[in-house]
Design a protein around this ligand. Sequence first.
Ligand SMILES: [Zn+2]
Length: 64
Amino acid sequence: MGKILEKQKKKTTNSDETREEKYYCSVCGCEIDEDEYESFDCMCWECWDDQITEESEDMFLDVM
Ligand SMILES: [Zn+2]
């Protein structure tokens, strides 16, 4: 008698140690990682791609 088999559940505090800042796309608001945030001018690659496409279209119009 008196067997204590309760497992002590440790609260996962790993997320506190790895301070991951979250970044969000400034256009659609979806979560992006830091690389995307810096490379794509605060946008996710989809919105960035949209903008680049629009810009390049404008550039093409200027050239032609
Ligand atoms: Zn986006």
